[in-house]
Ligand binder design. Structure first.
Ligand code: SF4
Length: 452
């Protein structure tokens, strides 16, 4: 029977208490020696998706605790990730995972753990320019359903054991939370496999990735100090808990339950797929839970949603937006909503009357409900053709007729939220803030930070 341990962290939280909680959780599972042998290489895989501190990224103190335990049994801990930020958004250009790991303190904790602990960013900036390379190898996906082959980070393929150490946070794209299975998305090559299969096929893709490394994933440790909730973890909840388990499906099922899902293996798509495809146990009644009581930790977190709620300001989130869609998938909604949030945070909706534009008219999907005469769209506002599906399906009506009276946003899904925001702001005749294009995190973390 798979086992999951719950270990509450005493408050106020400090490093010693975090380390003790991780130690206690792993001990409840039989100790680190149950999972790792002397001389083995252990990849500890935190969630380092971007430059922001927890709960966007894993708390380094949890990673330090896991690395210390790995070192204690005579194995070599490697802390590694490949941030999607490096290419997904222009703000990541010229920076790589190494910089992010430095700013977030992972190099410092590796030093504190001491030799042979190492930090291994999966990508690297070449000395000439800002071109980033990714250290990966192409492998077959055993029983893959959306992927027959995948490019996987060498550090993951070469490790004897892989330990995902995610932070608890809701994830609207995955339809659940980012926990152990979702954390392993970070072992895919950020240029090739990562951006592909990122639509409604994302759930099965996560399961296919797990198939590649399942035998090596012997322990997962969830950082539940501070959990992220709501859309793009806009809210933060003190959970003060460490969750560790010997089966990533079981660990994620318990993690979701603690975050408020009632029946995770039924309610979370990728967990259900992992369970039925034999990658682990998702039924809570068949998981042994040890340590602190779940009900003493459980909180009902707000979940993020990919839905774009338009309408009057009293009820809707985006009052100056009209959505004309047909057959658009969750991913297009998510990345569109990302831009809308960004535009709102930059005050663009307030400034739209200055540009004479009534609405942003979002055209999405394979069969959007546009009028026969596309010029009627101009009465509604600024037409924005969003995603490859809409680009292809409307090209005769919109591209060939409206030409530069509309904005075109290619991609499937259209990831580049800052570049896409720039296009819209310019089309409205507004002046974008320089910070948009410099990248907000670069502003927060100038190069002087990165040298430390
Ligand atoms: S273009 Fe958009 S709607 Fe079409 S498949 Fe891609 S993400 Fe989905």
């Amino acid at each position: 029977m798979p086992k999951v341990a719950i270990s509450k962290i005493k408050t106020p939280v400090d490093e010693e208490k975090v380390i003790n909680a991780v130690r206690n959780a792993v001990k409840l599972l039989g100790g680190m020696g149950t999972f790792v042998k002397r001389g083995e290489i252990v990849l500890i895989k935190p969630n380092v998706v971007g430059m922001a501190p927890p709960p966007q990224t894993t708390d380094p103190r949890v990673v330090k605790a896991v690395a210390l335990l790995v070192k204690e049994v005579g194995a070599k801990p490697i802390i590694g990730d490949g941030s999607g930020l490096t290419i997904t958004f222009p703000e990541g250009r010229g920076r790589n995972t190494k910089d992010i790991l430095k700013v977030l303190g992972f190099y410092k904790i590796a030093e504190e753990v001491g030799s042979p602990c190492e930090v291994v960013p999966f990508d690297e900036v070449e000395t000439l320019g800002d071109y980033t390379t990714y250290h990966s190898r192409r492998v077959k996906v055993p029983g893959g359903l959306v992927m027959r082959e995948a490019d996987i980070a060498e550090a993951a393929l070469d490790a004897d054991v892989i330990m995902p150490v995610p932070v608890m946070k809701t994830s609207e794209e995955s339809g659940g939370a980012t926990l152990c299975i979702k954390c392993l998305h970070g072992i895919t090559d950020v240029y090739t496999t990562r951006p592909k299969y990122h639509r409604t096929d994302l759930w099965q893709k996560l399961v296919d990735i797990l198939k590649i490394v399942r035998d090596k994933v012997k322990l997962g440790v969830i950082d539940g100090i501070k959990a992220g909730e709501d859309y793009l973890y806009a809210g933060q909840v003190d959970m003060n808990v460490i969750v560790a388990g010997d089966d990533p499906v079981s660990t994620d099922a318990i993690g979701h339950y603690l975050m408020g899902w009632d029946w995770p293996v039924r309610d979370v798509g990728y967990l259900a797929l992992a369970h039925v495809q034999g990658l682990g146990e998702g039924e809570m009644s068949k998981i042994e839970v040890v340590g602190d009581r779940m009900e003493d930790v459980r909180k009902r977190l707000k979940r993020g949603s990919c839905d774009i709620i338009t309408g009057p300001a009293s009820v809707g989130r985006f009052p100056n937006v009209v959505v004309l869609e047909g057959g658009a998938c969750r991913a297009c909604h998510h990345w569109t909503k990302y831009v809308l949030h960004y535009l709102r945070s930059e005050g663009v909706f307030d400034k739209m009357p200055m540009s004479g534009c009534k609405n942003l008219v979002l055209i999405l999907g394979q069969d959007p409900s546009i009028p026969d005469d596309p010029f009627e769209l101009l009465d509604l506002g600024l037409p924005i053709v969003w995603g490859d599906c809409a680009m292809f399906s409307t090209k005769h009506q919109i591209y060939w007729q409206l030409r530069d009276k509309a904005v075109y946003i290619p991609g499937c899904p259209p990831f580049n939220y800052l570049g896409n925001s720039e296009k819209i702001i310019k089309a409205l005749g507004l002046q974008p803030k320089p910070s948009i294009f410099a990248g907000s995190w670069q502003k927060q973390h100038p190069p002087s930070d990165i040298k430390t």
